[in-house]
Design a protein around this ligand. Structure first.
Ligand code: NAX
Ligand code: K
Length: 522
């Protein structure tokens, strides 16, 4: 998986490299600027030919320094470039100052003003946003705010292209939140690794695309035992999803999904089908008396068993082959579900709690947390998260006044620690964390945007996938990562018109696509 860095981690990587003597800050800045120019020409090959006009907006820190490198390299390609500096050249940090001084020997450097983007009669072909990067500390105001706000209009109405250096200015690189205003750019070019802010919140609304340019720094090792890095979920390895050729159904686990009463069993059936499709050997629905005939009429490969009360469930779970459970989808909010949960959790078996199983504890979250354990997974959407962790949700909601802002990663890590289990907070930026601090983000954004996944029952399918993967023996966080990727991939494979029933039906195609062998090929 690919690392996602905070600003502090990025600074530490840079500091270590400079201290070791393998590179200087000035060399890193040169590589960063050259990376931006390469990315511009890769994105728009027509700009690589001939002479064009660029405006480079340079801020008061090293992001601005990168901007001066870009200005110089474009000018050397025969472009007409104007740089605009926010603040005083004397106050630039040393490497940025050096690049500023190199630039003023080559072309104009004007103070940043509300006219920096030119007039309708003299618009540039390209605007480079190098105002703020990982050092954004407070909301953007004044002329910078005005200019950034205009970039989208220039793109839409006049075809002016825009590129952000490192991150669109105004977006906090640790949280993805806007501090004041933010631009909408065509392309963002970051360095070394993506930052959290490229994946959190509505990241793909401020940049249509992000590319990362290598600047010769050291990457973290995914096998590193340290728990403080955040990882971006990537496609799971085929052998994680494949089944052993000689296996029989019990080697792949037996999941139990509990349904609600009559008329409310659809959500659990969706979850159960998803658990079966991701490869659990057997999946049984635990059904109250009132819903027995409804469920019996709807299932074929799934099995069912009557679970009228907590006592029956307790007896059923003497069978330790029932090795993963799912409670919540359509379960209801009465006393019965509460007693079912109180029966399941002390057994410390892998379990997913979703939907009603979360909401029913909104007045007494501590009661739930006391029962949870490290094999449990909570899969709240934002509303359910707010009910269980109101203080964390409140912090997350607050409009930030300084950077780095409190992020979804901070909130989900705190939630996992408090609950003592893995927590997965759903969204286009799904954040999942284990109680020991390990954390990943699955991003259904940019070229993996899957808006059709926002459909009734979609979350139930995700819970079922996690349950099925845990039945197959995956650890909770790995099951969450794998399921989030599969869930989105199924939606992308199906395309527009997707409803919840379609998601799990795409799993075979997704598995084939991942290179999972068919028996005949084995
Ligand atoms: N850390 C690294 O390894 C590298 C960093 N590089 C560049 O350096 C950038 C980080 O540089 P800096 O740490 O100097 O940070 P920035 O250049 O992002 O900004 C910091 C400066 O902006 C001011 N500032 C922050 N928010 C403001 C606001 N809202 N209004 C007005 N002024 C504000 C700060 O007081 C400070 O002067 C990266 O984003 C990247 O572009 C690259 O040169 C490559 C290597
Ligand atoms: K920027």
């Amino acid at each position: 998986m690919a690392e996602l860095l905070t600003a502090a981690e990025m600074r530490a990587v840079e500091r270590d490299a400079i201290a070791s003597g393998i590179v200087t800050g000035l060399e890193l800045m040169e590589r960063a600027g050259a990376g931006v120019v390469d990315a511009i020409f890769e994105e728009w090959p027509d700009l690589a030919q001939g002479s064009h006009k660029a405006v480079v907006l340079c801020g008061p820190g090293n992001n601005g320094g990168d901007g001066f490198v870009v200005a110089r390299l474009l000018q050397q390609r025969g472009w007409t470039v104007t740089a605009h500096l926010m603040g005083e050249a004397d106050r630039l940090p040393p490497d940025a100052r050096t690049n500023h001084d190199l630039w003023i020997g080559m072309g104009p450097c004007l103070p940043l003003s509300d006219g920096s983007l030119g007039s309708v009669k003299s618009l540039p072909d390209l605007v480079v946003d190098a105002l703020f990067g990982t050092g954004l500390a407070r909301p953007v105001e004044g002329d910078a705010e005005f200019l950034l706000g205009n970039l989208d209009t220039l793109r839409r109405d006049f075809g002016v292209r825009s590129v952000a250096v490192d991150i669109p200015s105004g977006i906090c690189s640790d949280s993805g939140k806007a501090l004041g205003c933010f631009p909408k750019v065509d392309l963002t070019v970051s360095f070394h690794s993506e930052k959290l802010g490229h994946r959190l919140e509505q990241a793909d609304t401020h940049s249509r695309r992000v590319v990362v340019k290598d600047i010769g720094l050291h990457h973290f090792d995914p096998e590193d035992e340290r728990h403080d890095h955040v990882w971006c979920v990537e496609p799971p390895a085929a052998d994680l999803l494949d089944k052993p050729v000689s296996g029989q159904k019990y080697t792949q686990g037996h999941a139990l999904v509990l349904t609600g009463g009559a008329g409310r069993t659809g959500a659990a059936r969706l979850a159960a089908m998803a658990a079966l499709r991701v490869g659990a050997g057997l999946v049984t629905l635990g059904v109250p008396q009132s819903a027995m005939s409804e469920v019996a009429n709807q299932i074929t490969a799934l099995m069912m068993i009557k679970v009228p009360d907590a006592e029956t469930l307790g007896e059923l779970l003497w069978d330790t082959r029932l090795n993963a459970l799912c409670l919540g989808p359509g379960l209801g909010l009465t006393d019965l579900p509460r007693s079912l949960i109180a029966t399941v959790l002390p057994l410390r078996r892998p379990v997913v709690l979703d939907a009603d199983a979360l909401s029913m504890f909104h007045k007494t979250p501590a009661e739930l947390f006391d029962m949870l354990h490290e094999k449990a997974v909570l899969t709240p959407h934002r509303g359910e998260f707010a009910r269980l962790f109101p203080d964390l949700d409140q912090k997350l909601k607050q409009e930030p006044q300084k950077g780095p802002a409190y992020s979804k990663v901070d909130a989900v890590r705190a939630a996992a620690r408090r609950a003592g289990c893995t927590v997965l907070l759903k969204g286009a930026d799904t954040v999942m964390a284990a109680p020991d601090g390990r954390c990943s983000i699955h991003s259904a954004q940019y070229d993996r945007a899957a808006p059709w996944l926002a459909t009734a029952g979609s979350g139930d399918v995700l819970s079922g996938m996690i349950t099925g993967l845990m039945a197959r023996g995956l650890a909770p966080l790995t099951a969450c990562e794998t399921a989030s990727w599969l869930h989105t991939q199924c939606a992308l494979m199906f395309g527009p018109g997707l409803i919840a029933e379609d998601i799990a039906s795409q799993i075979p195609a997704v598995l084939r696509d991942r290179g999972i062998r068919t028996p005949s090929a084995g």
